[in-house]
Ligand binder design. Structure first.
Ligand code: MN
Length: 143
């Protein structure tokens, strides 16, 4: 499935939750996502992420896997268990590509997609386009 040749690069009005404990990775991600027009709220551990979604709804969640208090896989499972908007909000793993970050484990935990660090503007733009703008493409992506 190919993406549009000129993917949309303006996601203004989109609010995302970034769950990432590494301050440098967080700064890079927030910078890139801001350039794409996104509003980014962030949490640095699973506990804070689970608390934040009680008071704020977002359109997509980027989830680091290796967090200080619990795995991003567990955070994802707990988010999905809450139902409502959390049952369907796209959750995208942001992984370091290590053995613990296996794509199938991410998808089995309830995530929709997977990108590998270091992040790039084009990779983020593409995943946002797939997850937010092209529901039919998304359905084909999901396994
Ligand atoms: Mn981490």
């Amino acid at each position: 499935m190919s993406l549009p040749s000129a993917p949309k690069r303006d996601f203004s009005g989109t609010t995302l939750l970034l769950v990432e404990d590494n301050a440098v990775n967080r700064k890079v991600a927030v910078g890139l996502l801001s350039r794409l027009g996104c509003e980014v709220v962030w949490a640095e551990n699973g506990h804070d992420a689970l608390a934040m979604v009680q008071s704020q709804q977002v359109q997509l969640i980027f989830m680091d896997i290796q967090l200080p208090d619990m795995s991003g896989l567990i955070v994802t499972q707990r988010l999905r268990e809450q139902g409502g908007w959390l049952a369907n909000v796209p959750i995208v793993a942001m992984t370091a590509g290590g053995a613990e970050d296996d794509r199938q484990r991410c998808l089995a935990a309830g995530m929709d997609d997977y990108i590998t660090k270091p992040l790039s503007l084009s990779a983020l733009s593409n995943v946002l386009a797939v997850q937010l703008l092209h529901p039919q493409t998304k359905a084909l992506h999901r396994h």
